[in-house]
Design a protein. Structure first.
Length: 317
């Protein structure tokens, strides 16, 4: 069982009300949290809780389906759409797979779009759950919209135009992951999610109220994140860390197994992995380079190339 310290008293939730009332204050508070932790907690996010709950209920209904039914929605190419069964994803460098199964929803592209060769159409369990598509699609769009607003604050914090990121993510290969961590019957070598950093630009996470999420501090200590109910956890991904030359860090995190009294309970969460457009060239921002901070990444790479490289490392490509 984890002996992590509790971050509750160290990371102060930032109210999303400030976005409209005092954007400079919102930017400063959010940016300072990212610069220190790589994570921020956003309270008062404004997404209607009844619609969030409706999407989560559809997720729970799907994962309660028989295994053979769920596997109908596993695509030949792992990872980016539909169902990924239990026991596949493995953290980079880890020996043991994670204790989770998940469903991916991606961006719908118009006919003839230049990214259709690598961004497939979504699949939906319409026969079993006729309301799944509408309710889960709403959640995808709500988190995509929230992500743009968070990126406005990040751009401003980095000294960029407030809308710098808008054209870099408008057709990004962003993924909503519906995550189910089943009950953990006994101790063993596997944990719910091994230590890792996120690949993408930023991640927005609902459903972190059930204990287990931990971040690794600079000194190597694991620190628990236990956000207030109804809040949104948002963290920096490797793509953004690379772009800004580590001014904002992509922090190692994990989901540990529950305490004995909670082992019989599943854990559900809905991370939204916001991505750059596939052809966006991740090239270190000039303003993030100086004599004390030389360019860590002199060779630029496209977002798609970077994503594929990283997915292979975790057995999802």
């Amino acid at each position: 069982m984890s002996q992590a310290l509790d971050l509750q008293d160290k990371i102060e939730p930032v109210s999303f009300d400030l976005y409209a009332k005092d954007f400079p204050a919102f930017t400063q508070k959010l940016g300072d949290s990212y610069a220190r932790w790589g994570f921020a907690v956003i309270a008062d996010h404004g997404m209607p809780q009844d619609k969030v709950d409706a999407a989560i209920e559809q997720m729970k209904l799907f994962f309660a389906l028989p295994e053979e039914t769920k596997r109908k929605y596993k695509l030949p190419v792992s990872g980016q759409r539909g169902y990924t069964p239990f026991g596949i994803e493995t953290a980079k460098g880890a020996t043991h797979h994670d204790l989770k199964e998940f469903w991916h929803v991606g961006r719908d592209l118009p006919p003839g779009h230049r990214f259709r060769d690598h961004m497939p159409d979504n699949v939906w369990p319409d026969a079993e759950l006729p309301e799944f598509k509408a309710k889960v699609s709403w959640l995808y769009n709500a988190l995509d919209e929230m992500g743009l607003k968070v990126l406005e604050a990040i751009a401003t914090y980095l000294g960029l135009d407030r809308h710098f990121f808008d054209p870099t993510v408008d057709f990004g290969n962003s993924i909503l992951r519906l995550l189910h961590y089943p009950p953990v019957p006994k101790d063993g070598p596997h944990i719910r999610a091994g230590a890792h950093e996120d690949i993408n630009v930023i991640t927005l996470l609902l459903g972190a109220e059930e204990a287990g999420l931990e971040v690794k501090d600079h000194d190597g200590r694991w620190i628990a994140i236990n956000p207030p109910a109804g809040s949104l956890v948002c963290n920096i991904g490797d793509m953004l860390q690379r772009l800004c030359n580590h001014r904002l860090p992509s922090t190692t995190h994990r989901v540990v197994n529950p305490a004995p009294e909670r082992r019989g309970f599943p854990r559900y969460s809905t991370p939204f992995f916001l991505h750059f457009n596939s052809d966006y060239l991740i090239e270190t921002l000039p303003g993030s380079i100086d004599a004390e901070h030389p360019n860590r990444y002199p060779e630029p790479i496209t977002a798609h190339e970077y994503l594929q490289e990283r997915l292979r490392e975790i057995k999802l490509a």
